[in-house]
Design a protein around this ligand. Structure first.
Ligand code: ZN
Length: 349
């Protein structure tokens, strides 16, 4: 396929807040890379951190950088060593570029690779007309998967990785935090047979979306006593399993308070600073099992995620609440930050 040499891209041009829509060269590809024409991209919390230039972004991002790591698109060119993908292939992408040769990569634990580089964070990303990535990071999609769903796969993988870390089948499950990943985890929990899902958040908008996606009971933590309500809903017993997606110290405290002895928790939400942790009562005396979740299992999570979407067990359609042309990225970012949205998708102008 022919492609131009210049393209529009959303760039962090220099250290500091904000992003700019500008024209740059279409990225070159190496022998093991593919060039992808972007068909849809979506916004993640990480993109907001980069936009606002918070302490994390300041320590990690080296401008100039094209941002964006959730996307799908069509392969328009490939390097000489790429044999498993053809030009024209419709793909999503794993955003973590791992080395493939370290002890973690070689033992099926590539999500822990210490040499990980992240698309749109450490290398140029996908809020652009074209993006170049290692071919091994591309995930082939069926042609009939809509782009506004295919772009969610990377983020959905976080939810699947979290929900599959703990046995949820026939269990009473607490989900703290109903951002998009929390809501996707709720849908997975119901799809794989959770008995009940209790969901907490401080946004009524997101709790309503959580109900739509399968939550049995929703609790607004800003107004209600979460611990009392979950205990009342579970006959005083608490929950067997808990997925922590908020990163808020209060949510973490509430979760441990209602986790049954012998219960399991999978932690994905990131507290903004170190928190007070009652190891004795929360973990040791309770006999609790705590799982930390990072990224997606390569590539087990992608097969699980794809299976859930293709079978119809999880339908992400209702989660996509907003779509913007790429040029209106500022409005899109503000919508995402408002808490009055599910996933916000960017489409080529
Ligand atoms: Zn590695």
């Amino acid at each position: 396929m022919e492609h131009p040499t210049r393209m529009k891209a959303i760039v962090k041009p220099r250290p500091g807040p904000g992003l700019e829509l500008t024209e740059v060269d279409v990225p070159p590809i190496g022998p093991s890379d593919v060039l992808i024409q972007v068909r849809a991209a979506s916004i993640c919390g990480t993109d907001l951190h980069i936009y606002r230039w918070d302490p994390w972004a300041e320590s990690r991002i080296k401008p100039p950088l094209i941002v964006g790591h959730e996307f799908c698109g069509t392969v328009v060119a490939k390097g000489a060593e790429v044999h498993h993908l053809d030009v024209g292939a419709y793909v999503s992408a794993e955003s973590h570029i791992v080395c493939g040769t370290c002890a973690y990569c070689r033992t099926g634990r590539g999500h822990l690779c210490p040499n990980t580089r992240i698309i749109g964070v450490d290398v140029d990303g996908a809020w652009a007309e074209y993006v170049a990535i290692p071919a091994v990071n591309a995930w082939l999609n069926p042609p009939d998967l809509p782009p506004h769903i295919a772009t969610l796969e990377e983020n959905f993988g976080n939810a699947v990785h979290t929900a599959f870390a703990v046995d949820l089948r026939a269990r009473k499950v607490l989900v703290t935090g109903c951002g998009p990943v929390g809501i996707m985890a709720i849908a997975v929990a119901r799809a794989i047979g959770a008995r009940a899902v209790y969901a907490t958040d401080i946004s009524d908008y997101r709790l309503a979306l959580a109900r739509k996606m399968g939550a049995t009971v929703t609790i607004n933590a800003a107004r209600e006593d979460v611990v009392a309500r979950v205990l009342a809903e579970t006959g005083g017993e608490g929950v067997d399993a808990w997925l922590e997606m908020a990163g808020a110290p209060q949510a973490i405290e509430q979760g441990f308070a209602v986790l049954k002895p012998g219960g399991h928790v999978a932690l994905l939400g990131l507290p903004s600073e170190p928190l007070r942790f009652d190891l004795n009562n929360w973990v040791i005396f309770k006999g609790a099992t705590v799982h930390g979740i990072i990224g997606r299992r390569l590539w087990e999570t992608w097969f699980q995620m794809s299976g859930l979407i293709r079978s119809g067990a999880v339908d992400l359609e209702a989660l996509v609440t907003h779509r913007f042309p790429m040029s209106q990225f500022e409005e899109a970012l503000h919508t995402m930050a408002s808490g009055e949205s599910g996933k916000v998708v960017l489409l080529p102008d």
